[in-house]
Design a protein around this ligand. Structure first.
Ligand SMILES: [Zn+2]
Ligand SMILES: [Zn+2]
Length: 393
C-alpha cells in the first residue's frame, strides 16, 4: 500500500471545499487521560443498515423485530442519502425491546466511479447536500455535534454482479470520528468469484465471515500510529435483498442473520434507561470515545470481552489514553478460550491461547489493541477486534 496516502498530522491541510470550516480539536484529544471504573455496562448494537427508504427491503419496524430476535440492545439505521426523522425510539414486543436510532449513509450519487461513503450519526438533520465534498461534509457533521465513520474503506468490485469498487479514496480528510473496520456485506465481495459461488454463500452465509479486510486493518494501524485517534466500528450493511438466479429465489442475508453476525459492542457507565434522549447520548458518547470492540457473534457470543490498562493512578478502557509513568499493565479477558494477539503500532507483541487473566506489562508508549480468533465450521475466524488503548510517554 502506498503510505503517501496518509499524511502525518503535521502535514499541510488538504484543499477545502467552500462549505468547509477548520476542524476544531476533538473533545477527546483536548482531554487529559481520565480514570475509569473497573467495570462498565456492555451494550450490543448493530449499525449501518438500509430500509425501504433506500435500497433495503424492510421497514424500520421489520428491522426492530429482527433486532429483538437477535437480542440486540440497539440498531443504528443508515439509509442512502436520506435522513428519516420521526422513527427513533424503543420498539417493544413480547417482553423484548430494542432502541432504534437513525443516521444516514451519505455519498455523491453523481460521482463516477462511485466512492467515499460516509456513515453519519447524531447530526439530527439532512446533510446529503454536502456529499460532493467529503471534507465539507465531515465539517458539517462536526458542526451538528454528529459523528462520522468512513464506511467500507476497502470495498472490492464484483464484476460477475456488476458491482464496482466503492472504496474510500479521499484519505486527506480530517476530523472524522472513525472507520468501519469490518463490513459484513462487503466481505461477501472478497469470497465470491462467480455466480455459482454466490449461490453457495446465499444458502451457507456462515462460511463468509473471516475478519476485516487486511488492507483496512493496515490503514487503521497506519493512521493511529501516525498520531490520529480513529475509532473502529463493525457494520452489517444489511439490505435483505431478494435475489433471483434462474428458478431460485432467496433473500440473501436476512436482517436477523446480519444482526447475529458482525456487531459493535459498546461500554457505557450506566444501563439504558428507556429514555430516548438519555440513551442516545450514552451510545453516541461511547462511539465517540471508542469504548467499543467489534465482535463476530455468529458462532459464539463475544459478550464479556474486556481489554483494560492499569497505570500508576488510573485505569483505561479501550478507546482511552493513559500515561506510561514507568509502566502500564494490560489485562485481557475473553468469554471463551481463543487465540489472542496483542498488537502495538500495527506490530505483533504477544500471543496467548487462553481466556482469563491474560496480562502484559509494557514500558513503551504506543497504540495497543487486541485481536482474537477462533475456529468455527472448520475455519479460523476473526472473532474480536478491540479499539486501541493509547499509551503516552
Ligand atoms: Zn456504502
Ligand atoms: Zn450501506
Amino acid at each position: 500500500m502506498n503510505r503517501q496516502r496518509f499524511p502525518a498530522s503535521a502535514a499541510a491541510p488538504a484543499e477545502r471545499s467552500p462549505n468547509s470550516v477548520t476542524p476544531e480539536p476533538t473533545r477527546r484529544s483536548q482531554s487529559a487521560p481520565v480514570t475509569r471504573p473497573t467495570d462498565m455496562h456492555e451494550l450490543v448494537v448493530n449499525l449501518h443498515m438500509h430500509t425501504t427508504y433506500s435500497d433495503g427491503h424492510g421497514s424500520h419496524a421489520d428491522l426492530a423485530q429482527a433486532a429483538m430476535q437477535a437480542g440486540l440492545d440497539a440498531i443504528l439505521v443508515t439509509d442512502h442519502n436520506v435522513y428519516v426523522s420521526g422513527v427513533e425510539g424503543y420498539f417493544k414486543d413480547n417482553g423484548k425491546r430494542v432502541l432504534v436510532l437513525v443516521g444516514e449513509e451519505i455519498h455523491d450519487p453523481t460521482r463516477q466511479p462511485q466512492k467515499n461513503h460516509l456513515l453519519v450519526f447524531n447530526a439530527g438533520r439532512e446533510l446529503a447536500g454536502y456529499a460532493s465534498h467529503p471534507q465539507g461534509l465531515i465539517d458539517q457533521v462536526r458542526q451538528s455535534d454528529g459523528l462520522s465513520f468512513i464506511a467500507h474503506p476497502i470495498d472490492l468490485a464484483l464484476p460477475s454482479f456488476g458491482e464496482d469498487n466503492i472504496s474510500w479514496v479521499d484519505w486527506q480528510v480530517q476530523g472524522y470520528t472513525g472507520i468501519e473496520l469490518w463490513n459484513g456485506f462487503s466481505e461477501l465481495k472478497t469470497v465470491i468469484k462467480s455466480k455459482l459461488h454466490a449461490l453457495f454463500y446465499a444458502f451457507y452465509p456462515e462460511f463468509i465471515p473471516h475478519g476485516p479486510h487486511p488492507e483496512t486493518l493496515h490503514i487503521w494501524d497506519e493512521l493511529t500510529t501516525a498520531g490520529q485517534r480513529v475509532v473502529a466500528v463493525g457494520g452489517s450493511d444489511a439490505h435483505a435483498q431478494p435475489k433471483h438466479l434462474g428458478p431460485i429465489h432467496r433473500t440473501v442475508f436476512p436482517y436477523e442473520y446480519h444482526f447475529r453476525s458482525v456487531n459493535t459492542h459498546l461500554w457505557v457507565q450506566n444501563p439504558l434507561t428507556s429514555d430516548l434522549h438519555t440513551d442516545r447520548k450514552a451510545i453516541m458518547d461511547a462511539l465517540q470515545e471508542g469504548h467499543a470492540f467489534i465482535g463476530l457473534d455468529l458462532f459464539q457470543s463475544t459478550r464479556g470481552f474486556r481489554f483494560l490498562a492499569h497505570g500508576k493512578e488510573s485505569i483505561a478502557w479501550m478507546g482511552d489514553q493513559i500515561l506510561l509513568r514507568g509502566g502500564v499493565t494490560f489485562q485481557i479477558h475473553l468469554p471463551l478460550p481463543a487465540e489472542v494477539h496483542l498488537i502495538c503500532n500495527g506490530r505483533h507483541v504477544k500471543t496467548w491461547r487462553g481466556r482469563d487473566n491474560l496480562t502484559y506489562i509494557t514500558t513503551e508508549p504506543g497504540v495497543y489493541r487486541v485481536e482474537a480468533y477462533l475456529r468455527a465450521r472448520g475455519l479460523r475466524r476473526g472473532w474480536i477486534f478491540s479499539n486501541p488503548i493509547y499509551v503516552h510517554g
